[in-house]
Ligand binder design. Sequence first.
Ligand code: TYD
Length: 207
Amino acid sequence: MNKGLFITFEGADGCGKTTQIKLLDEYLRGLGYETLLTREPGSKGLGVKLREILLNYDGEVSPQCESFLFLADRAQHIDCIIKPALEMGVVVLCDRHTDSTVAYQGYGRGLDLEQIHSLNNIATGGLKPDLTLVFDVDVETSQSRVGSEKDRMEAAGVEFFERVRQGFLEIAKSEPERVRVINSAQTIEEIHKQVIDEYKRITRTCK
Ligand code: TYD
């Protein structure tokens, strides 16, 4: 059984989740918790190489191949980094995880959702986050935050990101206990306060 807590941060590119994960990390460290701030794709080692391909490869990449590369990164991340940390009682904060594959490769690229769920399950060995926060903002705002220098995924276009956004909202609807939507159009401080409220809610439930 895991002694730690596993929290994932999700949302479309430019949704502001990376700022929020850092703020929660600081808050928890301030309370004396040991934390691990990590990300997918590419936390370290082999993952960094996979990330480089996923974000910067400039030739053709089929949607299935793209999925398997994200899933390969996830399997490595879970086995070598996340599980050992959770077993040691660490609070793991992960920037993107399984729900990104459902939203981007499933809703965004149009791959079969059932298959993605099964593949996610294989990659994680069935481990699920205790809490997932989806940072939701309209596509126009998130795209303007990304700026003009886009990586391979960010360059997918507005319609793609509309589908990704809807994907995250559908995931939250289907798992309302685990997945909470936070309106990311608010100020950084307001969003941080809601993140802490969600953290407190889940630690009460986990006790
Ligand atoms: P990253 O620079 O980490 O984006 P962000 O800062 O917005 O998290 O790039 C990760 C990209 O990979 C991002 O566009 C989302 C995408 N992605 C998927 O398409 N599927 C996945 O399973 C994961 C984990 C990420």
